[in-house]
Design a protein around this ligand. Structure first.
Ligand code: GCU
Length: 416
């Protein structure tokens, strides 16, 4: 009885600070053998690789290296999109050597200019056609999560999908501000359901006889992040894009993904996490809102199997999520929370940025410039930035305004 009561208690989500257990965070600036990290080179050569490897092994799983060559095909292109203000490009990137293997369809809207443009790279939840009602966008062909309202029936896109998520994607504003937007459907890389890793990208990398990833090999989040890197391979080769100014942004599970992409791929010039929560920006040891056990139970395919060891056992994990934020340093990184998104633990997201700050400072750049969690709607847009807005778990036009202001200051170098 006592044990089952304990379990019931442990399984209940924590929603008050008083219930947050006491915890000690692993120090980003102390190596696993106890050595203090006191110089930028010690961080870069020793501690950073060590932390990255721990996150690979214990949390997200290790992804295979980039393929030697990527092939892609421009499937559609127009210099007169969005009422004449933008160029539209649709490109199919072959993710493996197998011509029948998975293809990542990237949609781009780019400002009309002769110069290469800074660009936001963002995965989407319902296919490229969901982000804007532009009829030229190809409808996604693969599996989608059923959602009648969004126009998905029997896991297939219908015409109703067009523009169904457009409230989250202020494309015109982005383009008018001089930024490109590149987006792709995350399900092109790995459909988001637990099928024991039989579909999607994973099987293409199995050794002979292997039927699922090993406990320290990539789950779906690592696969989506790997797909973002393949998009980056292409963006770097596209002369219309400024490959040194690609900002990876993601919301929710795709916010977790953008952080992991930023950690594993230093080519992303800046990283933005929106409402990423557990396994993203939020500290796991707080167990506030969604816990490690809960996320591993509801979404067994997101993380690697080793992560299950830390169900109700967060303190045993050698890393916590502030160290993930630290892996972005010295690159600009913006952590965004929402007041109504308590499941994602806004305070835990703030604290991650706070505790990552010493790494930025060691590297000689500005960290988070506030010690205290800022009030709602008062963004702190320092190089390591944090903002909490009102309202629910979502992406709002004003979120994008902040991403652009942040990128203006830290990626493009424009002042206010
Ligand atoms: C669920 C899940 C979160 C995730 C979110 C999303 O709420 O528990 O971890 O971030 O879905 O991706 O929308």
């Amino acid at each position: 009885v006592a044990t089952s009561m304990l379990h019931a208690q442990q399984n209940k989500a924590i929603y008050s600070e008083a219930e947050v257990p006491e915890y000690t965070l692993p120090d980003p600036l102390v190596a696993e053998d106890g050595t203090k990290i006191e110089s930028a080179s010690q961080w870069t050569e020793r501690r950073r690789p060590e932390l990255l490897e721990l996150f690979e092994k214990e949390v997200y799983g290790k992804a295979p290296p980039a393929p030697e060559k990527i092939s892609y095909e421009v499937t559609e292109s127009s210099d007169d999109a969005l009422g004449g203000i933008a160029r539209r490009r649709q490109v199919a990137i072959q993710l493996t050597d197998d011509p029948k293997g998975p293809v990542l369809n990237v949609l781009m809207y780019l400002p009309k200019t002769d110069k290469p443009v800074p660009t936001f790279m963002t995965l989407n939840f319902y296919g490229n056609a969901s982000i804007n009602s532009d009829p030229a966008i190809h409808l996604p062909e693969g599996w989608l999560r059923n959602n009648k309202e969004k126009g998905v029936e029997d896991h297939k896109a219908t015409e109703k999908l067009r523009g169904a998520s457009e409230a989250r994607w202020p494309v015109e504003t982005i383009v008018k501000n001089g930024y490109g937007l590149a987006t792709a459907y995350y399900g092109d890389i790995d459909p988001d359901y637990d099928d024991g890793f039989q579909n999607g990208i994973h099987p293409y990398f199995y050794e002979e006889g292997q039927t699922k990833p090993k406990p320290d090999q990539w789950g779906s989040i690592a696969a989506w992040a790997w797909g973002l890197s393949r998009a980056m391979d292409y963006l770097e080769e596209n002369p219309e894009i400024d490959g040194e100014k690609v900002i990876v942004m993601g919301h929710s599970r795709l916010g977790k993904t953008s952080l992991w992409a930023g950690a594993t791929d230093p080519r992303f010039a800046a990283v933005i996490s929106n409402n990423s929560g557990c396994g993203g920006a939020a500290l796991s040891r707080r167990r506030f809102g969604e816990s490690v056990k809960r996320i591993n139970t509801s979404f067994p395919h997101w993380f690697c199997d080793n992560f299950v060891q830390y169900n109700h056992n967060e303190d045993a994990c050698p890393v916590d999520q502030h160290q993930l934020i630290a892996l972005m340093a010295p690159r600009p990184c913006l952590v965004c929370s929402a007041e109504g998104d308590r499941w994602a633990d806004p305070r835990g997201e703030f604290l991650s940025a706070h505790y990552a700050s010493p790494v930025y400072e060691l590297l000689g750049v500005e960290g988070l410039t506030t010690e205290k969690m800022p009030p709602v709607e008062q963004p702190v847009l320092s190089r390591l930035g944090y903002v909490i807005r009102t309202e629910e778990h979502n992406v709002k036009p004003r979120d994008w305004d902040r991403y652009m202001k942040f990128a203006d200051a830290h990626v493009v170098g424009k002042k206010d």
